[in-house]
Design a protein around this ligand. Structure first.
Ligand SMILES: [Mg+2]
Length: 259
């Protein structure tokens, strides 16, 4: 595989996609320049392979792999979303082992069903059905206290399940992270300069492991806590939110690299 000048790893919701409208329109100029220069843009999201596959096509990025379900799985280049495999059923059964008072505080996609998913995500019903096609992880809404959340996560941890907070959901999986997938994919491209973009704590390791990280502002959530690398400028905060911030950050990279 020829070595690209750089590699872009990007979160979707609240980063490349607007937190509320899911539009990527404002990212178009930078995206077009990166596509024209043959720079791989690798989508890394808590979304399912079924959701990412059509979006990846729409963005003209099907030649590149994508990181799905928060790093718990991968969508290979030019592949369709798989329908089987993964450990979703084992995850649901681990959830059912959690003591009822704690369990009742978490409403997962598998508990709510497609209509509820549409309601909490703001997705259209057809899109919500794709979000329900999970293989590796379970996002949900936490409605208890922080103390209860710690106890809930400890009960899951005992079964090998860990939780990660995204812009909107608490997502459970048997480990694996966007950062781990990022390292494996970068190795495929013989590890060029890696740029990562994200807006939430579930992007933290990805941002910290990249050669250059951008925290895109998300006014809908508490600001990201300080990350290792911000003091040196290796990680920068972009004041504009979503695709607008994405475009600004990557215009800067494009100009720095003379692409
Ligand atoms: Mg996000």
């Amino acid at each position: 595989m020829t070595r690209p000048a750089l590699l872009i790893f990007t979160d979707l919701d609240g980063t490349l996609l607007d937190h509320e409208t899911y539009s990527h329109a404002e990212a178009a100029p930078a995206l077009r320049a990166l596509r024209a220069a043959g720079v791989p843009v690798i989508l890394a999201s808590s979304k399912t392979a079924a959701e990412i596959a059509p979006l990846r096509t729409e963005l003209g990025l099907s030649a590149y792999p994508a990181i799905v379900e928060n790093g718990a799985g991968r969508l290979e280049p030019d592949a369709e979303a798989p329908r089987t495999g993964g450990r979703y059923r084992a995850l649901r059964s681990a959830l059912s082992q959690v003591p009822a008072p704690l369990r009742s505080r978490f409403k997962g996609f598998g508990d709510g069903g497609t209509e509820w998913i549409a309601e909490v995500t703001g997705l259209a019903p057809e899109a919500a059905a794709l979000a329900a096609r999970r293989l590796y992880s379970e996002p949900g809404i936490w409605s208890g206290s922080e103390t209860e959340k710690s106890a809930f996560l400890a009960a899951l941890q005992a079964q090998g399940v860990s939780g990660r907070e995204g812009g909107r959901f608490l997502t459970l999986s048997f480990g694996a992270s966007k950062a781990g997938q990022m390292a494996e994919i970068a190795a495929r491209y013989t590890t060029p300069f890696v740029v990562a973009l994200g807006d939430a704590p579930n992007d933290r390791e990805m941002l910290e492991q990249a050669d250059q990280g951008f925290i895109i502002a998300n006014p809908h959530r508490a600001p990201m806590p300080p990350l290792a690398g911000e003091e040196t400028g290796r990680i920068q905060r972009i004041a504009a939110a979503g695709p607008k911030g994405w475009n600004l950050a990557l215009r800067q990279v494009i100009s720095d690299f003379g692409i």
